[in-house]
Design a protein. Structure first.
Length: 587
């Protein structure tokens, strides 16, 4: 009986393990929201980011997946429209969420946008750290890897390195940017990568490389049908020509630049961000000794907020005119502008140092978290090893117990056979001396009765041990496993067929023939009643039995009551399970 009690908990533990595993799988498969409104906004982002931004600002969501997806799209749209991004704390929450529940592309996107938020806050080290994290999240082996997003990450890294005056790091980022454009087969972005490389070599004062790269990108622009983009790159060659006094060549290039670049309006004003051209053109007119024209362009530069270059140019103009008062005036203004510029640069340096200090603190926190993670991993390994040791130990105990049980059954069988031999021998001797010796006859009769009692005891013990073993073997059969799957497992929605019920009854009759005979010896159970009795002997719950028999719990109660009446002459349903279990000890 101990063996039976041991098997039932093992089956319960197995079922519990399946449930826990299913919960873990479900937790790991938690997907991010795909709200139709948000999906519609996401589809607008690439082609109409301004429309997507307006649409998103009219929305609000309460559930965590929807809210995280919403902030991800809002940040993406704001970044594309050069608008204010959500706060870094919100985007950090978004990044943490997608680290737990998002795909590789979503993780890249979240960390990239968090880096853009830090970029706008002037936290260059933090921004770069986020960009590096985004790159680490990317799965470049996947078919759906978002290389266009990776291209944006490398481009932003190059931009931050440029702002930090780190040309070598900028060149490395642009090299990876170009590789990504080649994977995408995006020719225009590839040429822009070459154009951006010019900035880094300008900082390094590598004039030869700058000219070489400009010629390469200009030729590519022309070859692929973007002549106006090629003209726009003439700004640096024009500057070089002016400073080398190649004024005729500079004039020809300026005329072409103003005519074909598409950067000038009808009044001759250049596009915002390109005002450096006014200084170059002013310098050209100074060299040509056309001081009025030079002053005109330097004042245009001043009106656009470029005080330092404007005052330097005006100072040169008035030096050429030998106007002492104006020279003194613009010398002071130029000096003040340079001081202001230097102060601003010092402030930026201090800010960068502060950012670096904060970054170092952040790195210390990250290192601490890494140590904690390593400790947790070590603890997990220890727990896993202990669990493995426990499983091996329990398995060993179980195998050993089963081996001893089998040995005990074999010993019982041997004792039973020996008792039968002794009984037969004594019975034969008893027949021989029945009429010869009354005293000896009584002794032999007593010995026969004693052997009968001993044989009956061995029979009962052997039948009990065999019944428990047979029930265990029956529970471990494939057809029983199939029925368990149909009641609580992966096949829960599938009802057993008649052929499968017949397999179960046949396996029952083979595995526990004595119990099968006892159930049908004196009474005739219906097929449904027999099936229910088998399920109850196997330990199925009433609810699971109702599922398998495709009936209600009330119907199950009625069937139990009828079966109990037929088998045990008891008109109640509650004692059927106990009565069925008692059969194992009697047959």
């Amino acid at each position: 009986m101990f063996f039976t009690h041991l098997i039932v908990p093992l089956h319960s533990m197995k079922r519990l393990a399946y449930i826990l595993l299913s919960l873990l799988v479900l937790a790991g498969c938690t997907s991010t929201s795909r709200n139709p409104q948000l999906v519609a906004a996401d589809s607008l982002l690439l082609s109409h980011p301004d429309s997507a931004l307006s649409l998103l600002r009219s929305m609000s969501f309460s559930s965590t997946p929807d809210r995280m997806y919403y902030y991800l799209l809002l940040a993406d749209a704001a970044n594309k429209c050069y608008d204010t991004l959500p706060s870094d704390s919100i985007l950090q929450e978004v990044a943490d969420f997608y680290d737990r529940h998002g795909s590789a592309n979503e993780q890249v996107r979240a960390h990239y946008l968090l880096g853009c938020a830090y970029r706008d806050l002037g936290e260059a080290p933090m921004a770069l750290d986020c960009y590096h994290t985004a790159i680490c999240c990317a799965d470049t082996t996947a078919r759906d890897c978002n290389y266009r997003l990776l291209m944006s990450v490398y481009g932003q890294m190059a931009y931050v390195f440029h702002r930090q005056n780190l040309p070598h790091d900028e060149l490395d980022a642009l090299k990876k940017f170009s590789k990504t454009t080649l994977i995408l087969k995006d020719t225009l972005e590839y040429i822009k990568g070459i154009e951006m490389t010019v900035r880094a070599y300008s900082i390094l004062n590598d004039t030869i490389k700058v000219v070489e790269l400009i010629k390469e990108s200009q030729q590519l622009y022309i070859d692929y049908g973007y002549p106006y983009m090629a003209i726009r790159e003439n700004i640096i060659p024009i500057h070089y020509c002016v400073e080398k006094d190649e004024l005729d060549k500079a004039q020809s290039m300026m005329q072409e630049y103003e005519r074909e670049s598409g950067l000038f309006d009808t009044l001759g004003n250049i596009a915002k961000g390109r005002e450096a051209y006014y200084y170059i053109k002013g310098r050209y007119f100074i060299k040509k000794n056309r001081l009025d024209s030079a002053e005109h362009y330097m004042r245009r530069l001043l009106n656009r907020g470029h005080e330092t270059d404007a005052y330097r140019g005006l100072l040169t103009v008035y030096q050429q005119r030998k106007n002492t008062d104006s020279i003194i005036k613009y010398a002071r203004l130029y000096e003040d502008a340079v001081d202001t510029l230097n102060n601003r640069k010092r402030t930026e340096v201090v800010g960068q140092m502060s950012s670096m200090y904060n970054y170092q603190r952040f790195q210390q926190i990250a290192d601490k978290e890494a140590r904690n993670a390593e400790r947790a991993r070590y603890n997990s390994i220890v727990i896993l090893l202990c669990s493995l040791f426990l499983i091996i130990t329990l398995s060993y105990i179980y195998i050993r117990f089963r081996k001893k049980k089998n040995q005990r059954i074999m010993q019982l069988s041997q004792d039973y056979r020996q008792s039968l031999l002794d009984y037969n021998k004594v019975s034969a001797e008893l027949e021989k001396i029945k009429e010869k010796d009354t005293t000896l006859l009584n002794d032999k009769q007593n010995e026969v009765e004693s052997l009968k009692v001993r044989i009956a005891s061995f029979q009962k013990r052997l039948q009990s041990a065999n019944s428990n073993q047979q029930l265990t073997d029956f529970k471990d059969s494939k057809v029983v496993a199939l029925f368990k799957s149909k009641s609580t497992g992966s096949l829960k929605a599938t009802l057993p067929t008649d052929a499968e019920w017949n397999r179960l009854v046949k396996q029952f009759s083979r595995s526990i023939p004595s119990v099968y005979t006892a159930l049908g010896r004196d009474v005739l159970l219906s097929s449904t009643e027999l099936r229910l009795c088998i399920l109850l002997l196997l330990g199925f719950k009433i609810g699971d039995a109702a599922i398998l028999l495709n009936t209600s719990a009330q119907s199950i109660t009625n069937i139990r009551c009828k079966a109990n009446q037929k088998l045990f002459n008891e008109s109640t349903a509650s004692t059927l399970e106990k009565n069925l279990t008692s059969i194992l000890g009697r047959v």
